[in-house]
Design a protein around this ligand. Sequence first.
Ligand SMILES: [Zn+2]
Length: 270
Amino acid sequence: MDYIDPHIHFVSRTTDDYETLAKMGCVAVSEPAFWAGYDRGSAEGFRDYFEQLTSFEPSRAAQYSLRHYSWLCINAKEAENVELSREVIALIPEYLDRPGVLGIGEIGLNKNTRNEATVFLEHLDLAARTDELVLIHTPHLADKLPGTRMILDMLTSDARIKPSRTLVDHVEEHTVREVLERGYWAGMTLYPTTKCTPERAADIVERYGPERLMVNSAGDWGPSKPTAVPDFIFEMRRRGHDESLIRRVVYDNPLEFFGQCARFEFSPRG
Ligand SMILES: [Zn+2]
């Protein structure tokens, strides 16, 4: 089955992973800007990173007929440095017109601090002023529920940000309902250790239906599995679900969400 991984960090993966994903049916990936594994020392470091996201990774993906899209921001882990964050937010507009850029992300919270909230709101302001889609990272483990609530409150406090143009990622059983009820798109991250498993994601689809739900691998530096979306497809098939339902979650929904970006270009496989 053709599928899309809407959240995967290929800067931290090998070229072999592109090949494996292509062989498993992946036709497109979207890569949000995130933490490099170390704190970058200057805004110039982000310039290099945005170059990598918007030129090198798309060309690496194209060798395997994969489309590569990206999202730009300074991540929540580095948002404690508000001065650096403001410098990075100021340079993002220079890169927004690049082919394959879908919007602002993954912005959000990490430890739910005041500085993280300040930088989140300033990213939202940029997204509103430039009419960009938004992709949001929600915190881990014990910080997830309060952090998700803080994020939803900040989102609703800015009337310019439309729920239908915003994806709230890394939802789990205790956060998905509120995200969907408020009209946002929700992403389930399939991780071997934390976040969701393919089985739990299948349970969530069975409980809430496929509307505005997606799954991703978030493949990154740490223990993660870039082929987690095919694991979800396999689990859904094992449970006897229709191909059309599975396809909606892993293909149609990402296309519908991305399609709201004026720059989005995609031709389905003939
Ligand atoms: Zn991520």
